[in-house]
Design a protein around this ligand. Sequence first.
Ligand code: PGA
Length: 252
Amino acid sequence: MRKKIVAGNWKMNKTFQDADDLLDELVDQLDDLDLSGKKVVICPPALYMEMAVDYADEVPLSVGGQDLSAYEFGAYTGEISAPMLQSMGLEYCIIGHSERRKYHGENDALLAKKVDIALDCGINPIFCIGEVLEEREAEKHFEVVKSQIENALFHLKAEEFGNIVLAYEPVWAIGTGKTASPEQAQEMHAFIRKVVTDKYGADLANEVSILYGGSCNAKNASELFANEDVDGGLIGGASLKAADFVQIIKSL
Ligand code: PGA
């Protein structure tokens, strides 16, 4: 049985005090939930990771990074490395988010390196893929997503690929309030699973969790998660309010 996952990507939001308040509220609400068979992850700004890890001790909550460097250590000002995340006991890290691709020029070759170093350090990549609006309008979305997966992930051995979580995030849906329809999400997720099946076989493909991301919220989560190939969500804006995030977790 593949894992059902809800991951919150806080992006560059919250002051220290606000982050403390949100964590406090979240832990309080998670305490009352039955989380068996579900994995809840939050990816706060790196400055607040230690605080998040402390809070996460109290409930079944995992903490992840939002990005990591392609290098191990050294003169890379501002960067955070996989061994650093590992030393904080983190299990997950988002890699290849469309905002990193767009604003930081991250390409498939760099992302392949980031995936390798994460896996070397025992961190499970939450690897983001997804097309921009023009690509969907030109009906190139399947082709684009397939090549993102092939170029950054298909050098991996099967046992390595087994540690990847995929997140399909159509870029036109991120932070825009325009969610993919449940049909669009299921269609793409089934396609992604087929791409993985063709490379690694059905057994492994059936074990890979594929999350949906892009304006997923407390209202639309359950109809998105009801689809066979949608194994949870990567949540941006709606992860910044404890009540909304918890409602999304309940929808899983
Ligand atoms: P959003 O962001 O939920 O705010 O659309 C999702 C993401 O970028 O991971």
